[in-house]
Design a protein around this ligand. Structure first.
Ligand SMILES: [Zn+2]
Length: 427
């Protein structure tokens, strides 16, 4: 399909991808472009060149986030922000995050090709260190900007060599100014295209994923305490922690039959002692409960707790259940969800509603700005690895849908000045 105001220029987007795929390239065909590394700096420099060539005004904030702004007819109207991240995991892929930033750039170039003037400004963003592969914590920039993390904490995060986030920012010359943060500008929408990281779209042979939100999760650590005995001890008198814990694992897993969409998982299971002729005195395991609806997740959690207590009683063991992580679910903006669906339909692309179980910057940003995500299929659902792959055919479709969403949002008239709500914790 040729370039028109309704279609991006795929050959151009392809050659942009090819340049990105060479910066930090690994032998296996992936990328190692760790946050704030010299490869990341090289990519950032090239990216800023592209932003300037496209006539955008460039800003860098104190976290190293890069923004490029294209003015609208109404300079003060709430802008539409689009993008993702250009950094990768060690031996990561060429698409995760990058798809979002480079498609955003292609949207700007297409609008420029046809001298399209929009009502509202459009802003591209490249978030620093979305990946936690170097500093341990993911989504740190959006985390600070939405006051979920403090700047002090993020600045002091260290990599394996003991180099801090702040030192690395300074070293590569990307420590900008607080006043350049997007939260100091009037931003009304954020749209992030991304690869799916699960095989749902590919299996269902759909090209566009209309992301409804991000599933919430709660994690628990369980300690089951019984009594170690010799295997010759009469079974009816045993307080076997392993048998009790096994019953608990089955009870947790079986709950997904009761609640549609519930995803319980047990990832660790430690038996003490672990000896052939001794029954276990202690078992420790962690379970995670995921569901898109917080109330259903909470109800499932209550039932799980009851069943574990019952098992413990029946098996004459003690149990302690400690919650150590809770992340609420995210529901993206209905307005953006509808526009993505409308775009996919108009272009005649196969599409489906989908949920994200992985976190993204949009998850945090949704707390203060109306946000949404478009997913592109990822081969076998693989990501964070060199095999990560999304076809150019699907990349084009994602970018065209993004173009539709951005043009529509950026042409909405706006009279009111939109204040970015703050949780009041400036840092
Ligand atoms: Zn990503």
């Amino acid at each position: 399909m040729s370039n028109s105001p309704n279609n991006i220029n795929l050959p151009r987007l392809k050659s942009t991808f090819e340049i990105s795929s060479n910066i930090g390239k690994t032998k296996g065909g992936g990328l190692t472009r760790l946050p704030l590394s010299k490869e990341d700096k090289e990519m950032r420099d090239v990216f800023i060149g592209w932003l300037k060539e496209s006539g955008l005004s460039v800003r860098i904030d104190d976290l190293g986030n890069i923004y490029g702004r294209r003015d609208g007819k109404n300079k003060n109207a709430g802008a539409v922000m689009i993008g993702s991240h250009l950094d990768t995991q060690p031996k990561g892929g060429r698409f995760d995050g990058i798809l979002g930033v480079l498609s955003a750039l292609e949207i700007i170039r297409t609008l420029n090709d046809y001298n399209v003037e929009t009502e509202r400004p459009i802003e591209i963003v490249n978030f620093t260190a979305e990946e936690g592969g170097r500093f341990g914590v993911p989504m740190v920039s959006s985390g600070v900007l939405t006051e979920n993390l403090t700047k002090d904490l993020v600045y002091s995060l260290k990599d394996k060599e003991g180099i801090t986030f702040e030192q690395s920012l300074e070293e590569i010359g990307y420590k900008g100014e607080v006043k350049n943060r997007f939260t100091d500008f009037n931003i009304e929408y954020y749209v992030e295209p991304h690869i799916e990281q699960s095989p749902t779209l590919e299996r269902n042979q759909k090209s566009v994923g209309i992301v409804q939100g991000v599933e919430g999760e709660t994690r628990f650590k369980v300690l089951v305490k019984g009594q170690s005995t010799h295997a010759a001890h009469p079974p009816s008198e045993r307080k076997d922690a392993l048998v009790a814990a096994s019953e608990m694992v089955i009870a947790i897993d079986s709950l997904r039959e009761q609640f549609k969409g519930l995803s319980p998982a047990i990832g660790t299971f430690e038996v003490h002692p672990s000896l052939q002729t001794i029954t276990a005195g202690e078992v420790e395991f962690v379970y995670i409960v995921r569901h898109f609806k917080d109330d259903i997740r909470n109800k499932a959690i209550e039932i799980i707790k009851e069943r574990l207590q019952e098992s413990a009683k029946r098996r004459k063991v003690e149990i302690s259940i400690g919650q150590y992580l809770e992340i609420g679910s995210t529901k993206f903006s209905e307005e953006i969800i509808n526009l993505i669906g409308e775009g996919a339909k108009d272009y005649g692309y196969s599409h489906q509603k989908i949920l994200s179980s992985a976190g993204h910057d949009a998850k945090y940003i949704n707390e203060i700005v109306k946000s949404g995500m478009i997913f592109a299929p990822s081969a076998e659902g693989l990501s964070h690895c060199e095999e990560e792959f999304t076809s150019y055919e699907d990349i084009e479709k994602t970018a065209n849908v993004l173009l539709h969403v951005v043009e529509t949002l950026a042409n909405k008239t706006s009279n009111s000045f939109h204040e970015v709500p703050s949780k009041g914790l400036r840092n």
